[in-house]
Ligand binder design. Structure first.
Ligand SMILES: [Zn+2]
Length: 174
């Protein structure tokens, strides 16, 4: 395993790529981490709910990601803008068709579809719908580097964790 900073894409020798990762980290570590996971294909699509400038979007695009801003509404009727990013146009289209200009909702059907788009194991999504944050046997750090709450003894999460950890650690060293 390499100890190189920002070694999230071993096939890329582009310093522009690394500059983008560092700049994203300055905005928010979690944004850089999500971008790296999505760039690596571990997450088909990711969503960022805080606001981003056009320059911030360019950083994501320099990492090879397609970006789109999607308008949603909250219960009060207020409009919010989400940013989604993915390597593949198909996932961007699926998200836009399902959720563009719609109110935010947390129904089981929505959670299942979001889980599919975000790369969450379906067993964990179903467990979360039945009972959120049910005890699992992950360490605090293992759970912290994931974006889904793992179900107990999850086989898929066990396979995902080393890949997530490699990316998390490489960003941490940046
Ligand atoms: Zn699971």
């Amino acid at each position: 395993m390499s100890n190189q900073c920002c070694d999230v894409d071993p096939h890329s020798d582009s310093s522009e790529f690394q500059r983008s990762v560092r700049a994203l980290k300055e905005i928010d570590f979690e944004l850089a981490y999500l971008a790296a996971l999505t760039r690596e294909g571990l997450k088909p699509l990711s969503r960022w709910e805080k606001s981003l400038t056009d320059d911030d979007l360019v950083l994501l695009q320099r990492m090879g990601l397609l970006t789109r801003q999607v308008r949603r509404t909250v219960k009060t009727g207020r409009e919010i803008v989400e940013t989604i990013f993915s390597r593949t146009p198909g996932y961007i289209q699926l998200y836009e068709q399902a959720f563009g200009n719609t109110p935010i909702d947390k129904s089981a059907g929505t959670q299942r579809f979001e889980g599919f788009l975000f790369g969450y194991p379906p067993c964990c999504v179903n467990q979360y719908i039945r009972k959120p944050y049910a005890p699992n046997n992950l360490t605090q750090h293992q759970q912290k580097i994931l974006f889904h709450w793992a179900c107990r003894d999850c086989k898929i999460t066990a396979s995902l964790l080393p890949a997530y950890k490699r990316i998390y650690d490489s960003l941490d060293r940046c």
